[in-house]
Design a protein around this ligand. Structure first.
Ligand SMILES: Nc1ncnc2c1ncn2[C@@H]1O[C@H](COP(=O)(O)OP(=O)(O)OP(=O)(O)O)[C@@H](O)[C@H]1O
Ligand SMILES: [Mg+2]
Length: 477
């Protein structure tokens, strides 16, 4: 991974990093607040040896004392001395209770050493430090003067008695919080990288192009307004969503230039990727350029076109395919100019059979005759075969992929399903892309900035319909 990859991860997953940092910080703060304050008291001892009067002897004596200090510090924390100290104060403790709380530390380059005791009670810490020092002095005397009346070769003297500590040495709240912050931050970054590695959803145009083997023809930004109303208000001022569909409309011109597709099936791998919303708005965008569009709801499992456009859904495609009505009887004009809608009709028990029938072929041919474009909202490809069956009867399929949701292998399988039946995969549409932040910019353009992109002007400035692919010889009003 390169530095840019790490930066991208930090930028796109900053929430998880921030959360882990806050958790680390709060955990450290909480631990510090609930921890019992501990006090430390120390007494200092001096080690002397019986040395001669000459400088050389004094030097030798000093060295000897320093070596003695090393042994005395070990003795100080030994069970014998601790037990003596406990007994001398009549405390209800055992040496193991003091485990890790008693330390004997030499003062470097001197013949001094400190005995320190850590305890929740400052007075007890002081008493223990003094008691251990006193008992150690006695112990050393016994060891260094084995026979009675013999002058000991070395002795320790308490030179500084322990004082009652006034402030606790632990917990160190500032240090703990700083540590919690750092640990939380690092854990957050590690978690973000891990999540990124485990994320096998489609998030970039490059990945999608590679998986599908066809180009991305459009990206649709996430727009919370779609929840309330699927159709975009194309004429209602500037809208990023409307612009995205205009770009999609423009990009369709570049598909199969010799034989431009006019009957398009909109499908996807799974339910809920935005097929219906895309089909509706693509129809509106094409109609905006002055072309007549038939929007057909061929999702005979979960039809939504009629619901999203407030039309009648009880008659439509399945009624015509079952021979119960003519196209003219069930084709509805929508509240949008140039857009006619063929709703789903009642849900049939055998959708794929109906969609694969010659009736369906004839119906599509009829619609092709009457309209400049036919946009067909189909079912998802992975759960059912309906869309694949239908896709072979149209000019080509556009595969909708939901940003950050559709898994890479699902795209591969969906496109594979279409290709295996001989359907033309025209391109992919990435939906619900992040509309804010850096990710948004990434999806704004589908072609190199050097490449000329033919733009269709918005209706406000548009003088005549934009040149969309139309059948040779067909006159468009
Ligand atoms: N660009 C968008 N921004 C925000 N929400 C969106 C967008 N497109 C679609 N949605 C929402 O996503 C949900 C699914 O959308 P839609 O019904 O179009 O998907 P679908 O693929 O047709 O689903 P199904 O497979 O059930 O037919 C809806 O709640 C819709 O409002
Ligand atoms: Mg749908």
């Amino acid at each position: 991974m390169e530095v840019q990859d790490y930066l991208r991860i930090v930028q796109s997953r900053w929430r998880i990093i921030a959360l882990a940092t806050i958790v680390g910080l709060l955990a450290a703060l909480a631990a510090s607040l609930v921890a019992t304050p501990m006090y430390q008291a120390s007494s200092r001892l001096f080690v002397s040896t019986a040395s001669g009067a000459s400088v050389n002897e004094a030097y030798q004596g000093n060295l000897f004392s320093q070596q003695r200090v090393a042994s005395y510090t070990k003795l100080a924390t030994g069970a014998d001395v601790l037990q003596d100290a406990i007994d001398s104060r009549g405390l209800d403790l055992t040496p193991s209770d003091l485990n890790g709380r008693v330390k004997a530390t030499p003062v470097p380059d001197t013949v001094l050493f400190d005995i320190s005791v850590l305890d929740a009670k400052p007075e007890l810490a002081r008493d223990l430090a003094d008691a251990i020092a006193a008992q150690l002095v006695v112990k050393i005397e016994g060891l260094e003067a084995p026979a009675a009346g013999v002058e000991p070769v070395a002795r320790a003297t308490v030179v500084e008695a322990a004082k009652t500590p006034t402030s606790a040495v632990s917990p160190n709240t500032k240090r703990n919080v700083a540590l919690g912050f750092v640990v939380g931050l690092l854990a957050g970054i590690a978690l973000a990288i891990l999540r990124d590695r485990l994320d096998n959803t489609v998030k970039s145009r490059e990945t999608l192009d590679e998986l599908a083997g066809v180009g991305l023809v459009g990206t649709v930004p996430f727009d919370k307004d779609r929840e309330a109303k699927a159709a975009i208000a194309f004429h209602d001022g500037y809208s990023g969503s409307a612009e995205a569909f205009r770009e999609l409309r423009t990009n369709l011109q570049f598909l199969e230039v010799d034989n431009p597709p006019r009957v398009l099936a909109i499908t996807s791998s799974l339910p809920g990727e935005g097929k219906t919303t895309t089909a509706i708005n693509l129809s509106l965008a094409i109609a905006e350029a002055g072309y007549s569009v038939a929007l057909v709801d061929a999702d005979l499992r979960r039809p939504r076109v009629a619901k999203y456009l407030d039309l009648i859904g009880s008659v439509g495609l399945s009624t015509v395919l079952a021979g119960q009505a003519d196209l003219d009887d069930v084709l509805q004009s929508s509240s949008y100019p140039n857009v006619s809608v063929l709703a789903s009709g009642p849900l049939p028990p055998n959708p794929s059979e109906l969609l694969g029938s010659t009736h369906a072929e004839k119906l599509i041919a009829d619609l092709r005759e009457r309209f400049d474009f036919v946009v067909i909202d189909a079912s998802p490809l992975l759960p059912v075969t309906d869309a694949a069956v239908l896709a072979v009867k149209v000019d080509g399929a556009l595969v909708v992929v939901k940003h950050g949701q559709t898994k890479k292998e699902q795209v591969t399988r969906a496109v594979g399903n279409l290709r295996s039946v001989g359907a033309t995969v025209l391109g992919t549409i990435l939906t619900m892309t992040p509309s804010k932040g850096k990710g948004a910019y990434e999806y704004s353009y589908y072609y190199d900035s050097d490449a000329p992109v033919q733009k269709i002007e918005s209706p406000a400035t548009q003088v005549s319909p934009a040149p969309l692919p139309v059948q040779a010889g067909k006159q468009v009003q």
